[in-house]
Ligand binder design. Structure first.
Ligand code: PLP
Length: 387
Protein backbone atom coordinates (compact mmCIF):
# COMPACT_ATOMS: atom_id res chain seq x y z
CA UNK A 1 0.00 0.00 0.00
CA UNK A 2 1.06 3.58 -0.52
CA UNK A 3 2.09 5.73 2.44
CA UNK A 4 2.78 9.45 2.49
CA UNK A 5 6.34 10.72 2.39
CA UNK A 6 6.05 11.99 5.96
CA UNK A 7 5.21 8.49 7.22
CA UNK A 8 8.25 7.06 5.45
CA UNK A 9 10.49 9.87 6.74
CA UNK A 10 9.41 9.23 10.32
CA UNK A 11 9.54 5.45 10.06
CA UNK A 12 13.18 5.24 11.14
CA UNK A 13 13.30 7.94 13.78
CA UNK A 14 11.69 6.18 16.73
CA UNK A 15 12.05 2.60 17.90
CA UNK A 16 15.78 1.90 18.12
CA UNK A 17 16.36 4.87 20.45
CA UNK A 18 14.18 3.32 23.13
CA UNK A 19 15.30 -0.32 22.64
CA UNK A 20 17.06 -0.57 26.03
CA UNK A 21 14.18 1.10 27.85
CA UNK A 22 11.66 -1.28 26.28
CA UNK A 23 13.86 -4.29 27.01
CA UNK A 24 14.21 -3.13 30.62
CA UNK A 25 10.42 -2.87 30.99
CA UNK A 26 10.02 -6.43 29.63
CA UNK A 27 12.70 -7.78 31.97
CA UNK A 28 11.11 -6.01 34.95
CA UNK A 29 7.69 -7.40 34.01
CA UNK A 30 9.28 -10.86 34.06
CA UNK A 31 10.53 -10.21 37.60
CA UNK A 32 14.09 -8.94 37.02
CA UNK A 33 15.56 -6.55 39.58
CA UNK A 34 16.58 -3.58 37.45
CA UNK A 35 17.04 0.04 38.46
CA UNK A 36 15.42 2.01 35.67
CA UNK A 37 17.32 5.20 34.85
CA UNK A 38 16.13 5.51 31.27
CA UNK A 39 13.32 8.04 30.92
CA UNK A 40 12.69 11.30 32.80
CA UNK A 41 9.40 10.75 34.55
CA UNK A 42 9.17 12.99 37.66
CA UNK A 43 9.15 10.84 40.81
CA UNK A 44 6.82 13.08 42.73
CA UNK A 45 3.14 13.65 42.06
CA UNK A 46 1.70 16.97 40.92
CA UNK A 47 0.43 19.27 43.72
CA UNK A 48 -2.93 17.93 45.06
CA UNK A 49 -4.61 21.26 44.26
CA UNK A 50 -4.14 20.57 40.56
CA UNK A 51 -6.27 17.43 40.75
CA UNK A 52 -8.90 19.35 42.68
CA UNK A 53 -9.04 22.22 40.17
CA UNK A 54 -9.24 19.76 37.28
CA UNK A 55 -11.99 17.77 38.98
CA UNK A 56 -14.09 20.83 39.91
CA UNK A 57 -13.65 22.18 36.40
CA UNK A 58 -14.98 18.95 34.88
CA UNK A 59 -17.90 18.90 37.31
CA UNK A 60 -18.75 22.49 36.42
CA UNK A 61 -19.20 21.52 32.79
CA UNK A 62 -15.84 22.49 31.33
CA UNK A 63 -15.83 19.40 29.15
CA UNK A 64 -16.81 20.90 25.80
CA UNK A 65 -14.63 21.97 22.88
CA UNK A 66 -12.05 24.61 23.59
CA UNK A 67 -11.01 27.53 21.44
CA UNK A 68 -8.43 26.47 18.82
CA UNK A 69 -5.91 28.94 20.21
CA UNK A 70 -6.48 28.01 23.86
CA UNK A 71 -8.90 28.92 26.65
CA UNK A 72 -9.06 32.63 27.54
CA UNK A 73 -7.94 32.26 31.15
CA UNK A 74 -4.97 30.11 30.22
CA UNK A 75 -3.94 32.46 27.40
CA UNK A 76 -3.98 35.28 29.98
CA UNK A 77 -1.92 33.28 32.47
CA UNK A 78 0.72 32.38 29.87
CA UNK A 79 0.85 35.90 28.44
CA UNK A 80 1.24 37.37 31.94
CA UNK A 81 4.09 34.98 32.69
CA UNK A 82 6.01 35.88 29.52
CA UNK A 83 5.19 39.61 29.83
CA UNK A 84 7.33 39.55 32.98
CA UNK A 85 10.23 38.51 30.78
CA UNK A 86 9.69 40.92 27.88
CA UNK A 87 7.47 44.01 27.56
CA UNK A 88 4.47 43.96 25.28
CA UNK A 89 3.55 40.26 25.34
CA UNK A 90 -0.22 39.69 25.12
CA UNK A 91 -2.58 36.80 24.46
CA UNK A 92 -2.15 37.16 20.68
CA UNK A 93 1.44 35.99 21.22
CA UNK A 94 0.25 32.65 22.63
CA UNK A 95 -0.95 29.34 21.21
CA UNK A 96 -1.83 26.42 23.51
CA UNK A 97 -0.86 22.86 22.65
CA UNK A 98 -1.07 19.49 24.41
CA UNK A 99 2.57 19.52 25.54
CA UNK A 100 5.84 20.94 24.28
CA UNK A 101 6.15 17.97 21.94
CA UNK A 102 3.07 18.98 19.94
CA UNK A 103 4.13 22.64 20.07
CA UNK A 104 7.52 21.65 18.64
CA UNK A 105 5.94 19.56 15.90
CA UNK A 106 3.44 22.23 14.87
CA UNK A 107 6.04 24.99 14.99
CA UNK A 108 8.53 23.12 12.84
CA UNK A 109 5.80 22.18 10.37
CA UNK A 110 4.85 25.85 10.23
CA UNK A 111 8.38 27.13 9.64
CA UNK A 112 10.15 24.55 7.50
CA UNK A 113 9.67 22.31 4.48
CA UNK A 114 11.63 20.12 2.06
CA UNK A 115 15.18 21.39 1.54
CA UNK A 116 15.25 23.59 4.66
CA UNK A 117 18.00 23.14 7.23
CA UNK A 118 17.36 23.06 10.98
CA UNK A 119 20.39 23.75 13.14
CA UNK A 120 20.46 21.85 16.40
CA UNK A 121 23.08 21.24 19.06
CA UNK A 122 24.24 17.61 19.00
CA UNK A 123 23.65 15.75 21.38
CA UNK A 124 19.93 16.58 21.32
CA UNK A 125 16.65 15.38 22.82
CA UNK A 126 15.66 12.06 21.24
CA UNK A 127 12.46 13.22 19.53
CA UNK A 128 14.09 16.17 17.73
CA UNK A 129 15.09 13.99 14.80
CA UNK A 130 11.44 13.25 14.03
CA UNK A 131 10.35 16.84 14.64
CA UNK A 132 12.91 18.08 12.13
CA UNK A 133 12.45 15.56 9.33
CA UNK A 134 8.64 15.44 9.52
CA UNK A 135 8.29 18.55 7.34
CA UNK A 136 10.94 17.32 4.87
CA UNK A 137 13.60 19.56 6.45
CA UNK A 138 17.02 18.19 7.35
CA UNK A 139 19.11 18.35 10.48
CA UNK A 140 22.25 20.47 10.57
CA UNK A 141 24.15 19.38 13.67
CA UNK A 142 26.13 21.90 15.67
CA UNK A 143 28.63 20.06 17.90
CA UNK A 144 28.17 20.54 21.64
CA UNK A 145 31.62 20.05 23.09
CA UNK A 146 32.32 18.43 26.45
CA UNK A 147 35.24 20.82 26.99
CA UNK A 148 32.74 23.67 26.72
CA UNK A 149 30.30 22.10 29.20
CA UNK A 150 28.12 21.05 26.22
CA UNK A 151 27.06 24.68 25.74
CA UNK A 152 26.35 25.72 22.16
CA UNK A 153 28.75 28.41 20.98
CA UNK A 154 28.09 31.18 18.45
CA UNK A 155 31.27 30.15 16.62
CA UNK A 156 30.18 26.51 16.17
CA UNK A 157 26.72 27.71 15.16
CA UNK A 158 28.07 30.08 12.53
CA UNK A 159 30.35 27.36 11.13
CA UNK A 160 27.34 25.03 10.65
CA UNK A 161 25.10 27.51 8.81
CA UNK A 162 24.49 26.98 5.09
CA UNK A 163 22.26 28.89 2.64
CA UNK A 164 19.48 26.36 3.38
CA UNK A 165 19.46 27.02 7.17
CA UNK A 166 16.12 28.40 8.39
CA UNK A 167 15.79 27.62 12.08
CA UNK A 168 17.94 27.17 15.15
CA UNK A 169 16.27 24.67 17.47
CA UNK A 170 17.73 25.74 20.80
CA UNK A 171 17.30 23.75 24.00
CA UNK A 172 18.43 25.32 27.26
CA UNK A 173 18.40 23.92 29.93
CA UNK A 174 19.53 21.03 27.81
CA UNK A 175 18.45 17.41 27.63
CA UNK A 176 20.49 15.16 27.84
CA UNK A 177 23.48 17.11 29.19
CA UNK A 178 21.90 19.51 31.72
CA UNK A 179 23.89 22.43 30.25
CA UNK A 180 22.44 25.92 30.74
CA UNK A 181 23.31 28.74 28.37
CA UNK A 182 24.40 31.99 30.03
CA UNK A 183 23.00 35.37 28.96
CA UNK A 184 26.32 36.16 27.21
CA UNK A 185 26.17 32.90 25.19
CA UNK A 186 22.59 33.70 24.20
CA UNK A 187 23.45 37.26 23.16
CA UNK A 188 26.14 35.98 20.78
CA UNK A 189 23.93 33.18 19.44
CA UNK A 190 21.09 35.68 18.92
CA UNK A 191 23.38 38.00 16.95
CA UNK A 192 24.37 35.13 14.62
CA UNK A 193 20.71 34.21 14.08
CA UNK A 194 19.87 37.81 13.28
CA UNK A 195 22.77 38.11 10.85
CA UNK A 196 21.64 34.97 8.99
CA UNK A 197 17.91 35.68 9.35
CA UNK A 198 17.15 32.48 11.27
CA UNK A 199 14.18 31.67 13.43
CA UNK A 200 15.02 30.60 16.99
CA UNK A 201 12.75 27.90 18.37
CA UNK A 202 13.58 27.81 22.07
CA UNK A 203 12.58 24.63 23.91
CA UNK A 204 12.55 25.78 27.55
CA UNK A 205 10.76 22.87 29.16
CA UNK A 206 13.41 22.62 31.95
CA UNK A 207 13.32 26.36 32.75
CA UNK A 208 12.23 25.76 36.36
CA UNK A 209 14.81 23.07 37.03
CA UNK A 210 18.02 25.13 37.03
CA UNK A 211 20.10 24.06 40.07
CA UNK A 212 22.65 26.86 40.10
CA UNK A 213 22.89 30.10 38.19
CA UNK A 214 20.30 31.91 36.14
CA UNK A 215 18.00 30.76 33.36
CA UNK A 216 18.51 32.94 30.26
CA UNK A 217 16.56 32.97 27.02
CA UNK A 218 16.61 34.65 23.61
CA UNK A 219 12.90 35.31 24.16
CA UNK A 220 13.81 37.98 26.72
CA UNK A 221 15.77 40.07 24.20
CA UNK A 222 13.43 42.61 22.51
CA UNK A 223 15.83 42.80 19.59
CA UNK A 224 15.01 39.16 18.74
CA UNK A 225 11.25 39.43 19.34
CA UNK A 226 10.32 38.93 15.68
CA UNK A 227 12.28 35.66 15.38
CA UNK A 228 11.99 33.80 18.72
CA UNK A 229 9.31 31.27 19.61
CA UNK A 230 9.52 29.98 23.19
CA UNK A 231 7.96 26.59 23.90
CA UNK A 232 7.23 24.99 27.23
CA UNK A 233 4.70 23.10 29.33
CA UNK A 234 3.78 22.07 32.86
CA UNK A 235 5.26 18.58 32.28
CA UNK A 236 8.54 19.23 34.10
CA UNK A 237 7.80 22.38 36.13
CA UNK A 238 4.73 20.86 37.80
CA UNK A 239 5.60 17.16 37.50
CA UNK A 240 2.55 16.77 35.27
CA UNK A 241 3.59 15.22 31.93
CA UNK A 242 0.47 13.06 31.64
CA UNK A 243 -1.81 16.09 31.58
CA UNK A 244 -0.27 17.13 28.23
CA UNK A 245 -0.43 20.87 28.60
CA UNK A 246 2.00 23.17 26.84
CA UNK A 247 2.25 26.31 24.70
CA UNK A 248 4.15 28.35 22.14
CA UNK A 249 4.82 32.06 22.64
CA UNK A 250 5.97 33.90 19.54
CA UNK A 251 5.38 36.92 17.30
CA UNK A 252 1.75 37.89 16.53
CA UNK A 253 2.24 37.07 12.87
CA UNK A 254 3.60 33.61 13.69
CA UNK A 255 0.62 32.81 15.94
CA UNK A 256 -1.84 34.09 13.34
CA UNK A 257 -0.23 32.03 10.59
CA UNK A 258 0.15 28.85 12.68
CA UNK A 259 -3.40 28.90 14.07
CA UNK A 260 -5.04 27.20 11.04
CA UNK A 261 -2.40 24.42 11.20
CA UNK A 262 -3.01 23.97 14.90
CA UNK A 263 -6.79 23.94 14.37
CA UNK A 264 -6.49 21.44 11.55
CA UNK A 265 -4.43 19.20 13.81
CA UNK A 266 -6.26 19.27 17.14
CA UNK A 267 -8.59 22.21 17.60
CA UNK A 268 -7.57 23.27 21.09
CA UNK A 269 -6.93 21.27 24.21
CA UNK A 270 -9.19 20.23 27.04
CA UNK A 271 -10.85 23.14 28.93
CA UNK A 272 -10.53 21.39 32.33
CA UNK A 273 -6.80 20.84 31.73
CA UNK A 274 -6.53 24.48 30.65
CA UNK A 275 -8.19 25.59 33.91
CA UNK A 276 -5.78 23.47 35.92
CA UNK A 277 -2.81 24.83 33.95
CA UNK A 278 -3.92 28.44 34.46
CA UNK A 279 -4.19 27.72 38.19
CA UNK A 280 -0.72 26.11 38.20
CA UNK A 281 0.85 29.09 36.42
CA UNK A 282 -0.88 31.63 38.66
CA UNK A 283 0.09 29.87 41.91
CA UNK A 284 3.31 29.55 43.81
CA UNK A 285 3.48 25.77 44.22
CA UNK A 286 6.44 23.98 45.85
CA UNK A 287 6.78 21.22 43.21
CA UNK A 288 9.62 22.58 41.08
CA UNK A 289 11.70 23.69 44.09
CA UNK A 290 11.39 20.19 45.55
CA UNK A 291 12.40 18.57 42.28
CA UNK A 292 15.34 20.96 41.83
CA UNK A 293 16.61 20.03 45.25
CA UNK A 294 16.30 16.26 44.75
CA UNK A 295 17.72 16.20 41.22
CA UNK A 296 20.67 18.37 42.24
CA UNK A 297 21.37 16.11 45.24
CA UNK A 298 21.11 12.91 43.19
CA UNK A 299 23.32 14.30 40.40
CA UNK A 300 25.98 15.06 43.03
CA UNK A 301 25.58 11.55 44.49
CA UNK A 302 26.18 9.98 41.08
CA UNK A 303 29.03 12.31 40.14
CA UNK A 304 30.87 12.08 43.49
CA UNK A 305 30.80 8.26 43.40
CA UNK A 306 31.30 7.56 39.71
CA UNK A 307 34.12 10.05 39.13
CA UNK A 308 36.28 7.77 41.29
CA UNK A 309 35.97 4.97 38.73
CA UNK A 310 38.68 4.45 36.13
CA UNK A 311 37.27 5.02 32.67
CA UNK A 312 34.16 6.98 33.70
CA UNK A 313 33.83 10.76 33.44
CA UNK A 314 30.60 12.18 34.82
CA UNK A 315 29.50 15.64 33.63
CA UNK A 316 27.73 17.47 36.44
CA UNK A 317 24.45 18.90 35.11
CA UNK A 318 23.50 22.52 35.84
CA UNK A 319 19.81 21.69 35.45
CA UNK A 320 17.20 19.12 34.52
CA UNK A 321 16.52 15.48 35.31
CA UNK A 322 19.60 13.72 33.95
CA UNK A 323 23.35 13.26 34.25
CA UNK A 324 25.57 12.06 31.40
CA UNK A 325 28.74 9.98 31.74
CA UNK A 326 31.52 9.55 29.21
CA UNK A 327 32.25 5.82 29.37
CA UNK A 328 34.83 5.60 26.56
CA UNK A 329 37.65 5.15 29.09
CA UNK A 330 36.25 1.69 29.86
CA UNK A 331 36.97 0.58 26.29
CA UNK A 332 33.23 0.37 25.51
CA UNK A 333 31.11 2.86 23.62
CA UNK A 334 27.85 4.13 25.13
CA UNK A 335 25.71 1.56 23.34
CA UNK A 336 27.74 -1.50 24.41
CA UNK A 337 28.14 -0.12 27.91
CA UNK A 338 24.38 0.40 28.27
CA UNK A 339 23.41 -3.07 26.99
CA UNK A 340 25.95 -4.79 29.23
CA UNK A 341 25.01 -2.67 32.23
CA UNK A 342 21.38 -3.73 31.72
CA UNK A 343 22.47 -7.30 32.40
CA UNK A 344 24.15 -5.99 35.57
CA UNK A 345 20.82 -4.56 36.77
CA UNK A 346 20.84 -0.88 35.72
CA UNK A 347 19.02 0.49 32.67
CA UNK A 348 20.43 3.70 31.15
CA UNK A 349 20.02 5.40 27.78
CA UNK A 350 22.93 5.09 25.33
CA UNK A 351 24.25 8.38 23.97
CA UNK A 352 23.52 7.17 20.43
CA UNK A 353 19.83 7.89 21.16
CA UNK A 354 20.75 11.58 21.33
CA UNK A 355 22.50 12.24 18.04
CA UNK A 356 25.78 11.60 16.26
CA UNK A 357 27.99 13.36 18.76
CA UNK A 358 27.14 11.35 21.86
CA UNK A 359 28.36 7.84 21.04
CA UNK A 360 30.66 7.74 24.08
CA UNK A 361 27.99 8.90 26.50
CA UNK A 362 25.27 7.27 28.53
CA UNK A 363 22.42 9.22 30.19
CA UNK A 364 21.14 8.42 33.66
CA UNK A 365 17.81 9.70 34.94
CA UNK A 366 17.73 11.41 38.35
CA UNK A 367 14.09 10.56 38.96
CA UNK A 368 14.54 7.59 41.32
CA UNK A 369 14.83 7.74 45.14
CA UNK A 370 18.25 8.40 46.68
CA UNK A 371 18.49 4.77 47.89
CA UNK A 372 18.16 3.59 44.29
CA UNK A 373 20.84 6.07 43.21
CA UNK A 374 23.18 4.62 45.85
CA UNK A 375 22.38 1.05 44.77
CA UNK A 376 22.78 1.98 41.07
CA UNK A 377 26.22 3.44 41.88
CA UNK A 378 27.24 0.15 43.57
CA UNK A 379 26.06 -1.89 40.59
CA UNK A 380 27.79 0.44 38.09
CA UNK A 381 30.98 0.28 40.18
CA UNK A 382 30.94 -3.53 40.24
CA UNK A 383 30.20 -3.61 36.51
CA UNK A 384 33.00 -1.18 35.57
CA UNK A 385 35.48 -3.02 37.80
CA UNK A 386 34.53 -6.27 36.08
CA UNK A 387 35.24 -4.98 32.55
C1 PLP B 1 13.99 18.80 25.80
C2 PLP B 1 12.59 18.30 25.87
N1 PLP B 1 11.65 18.91 25.12
C3 PLP B 1 10.38 18.49 25.13
C4 PLP B 1 9.98 17.43 25.91
C5 PLP B 1 8.54 17.00 25.89
O1 PLP B 1 7.84 17.78 26.81
P1 PLP B 1 6.24 17.72 26.94
O2 PLP B 1 5.92 16.72 27.98
O3 PLP B 1 5.88 19.11 27.38
O4 PLP B 1 5.68 17.38 25.62
C6 PLP B 1 10.91 16.76 26.72
C7 PLP B 1 10.50 15.60 27.54
O5 PLP B 1 11.29 14.87 28.09
C8 PLP B 1 12.25 17.22 26.69
O6 PLP B 1 13.20 16.62 27.44
Amino acid sequence: MHYAAITERLAHTGGAKWAIHLRCRKMKAAGADIIELTIGEPDQPPAPELFEVCHQSMLSGRTGYSSGRGEAELLEAIAARYAKRRDGVDTDNVLCFPGTQTALFATMMGLTGPGDGVLVGDPFYATYEGIIVASGAHRQSVPLRAENGFRLTAEDLEASITPSSRVLLLNSPHNPTGAVLAAEDIAKIGAVCKKHDLWIVADEVYEELVFDGEFASPFDNPDLADRVIALSSISKSHAAPGFRSGWAVGPHEFCEKLLPFSEAMLFGNQPFIADMTAYALNSDLPTSARMRESYKRRAALFADTLEKLDGITPFRPQAGMFIVLDVSGTGLDGEDFAWRLLEAGVAVMPGSSFGDNAGNLVRLSLTVPDESVVEACSRITRFVESI
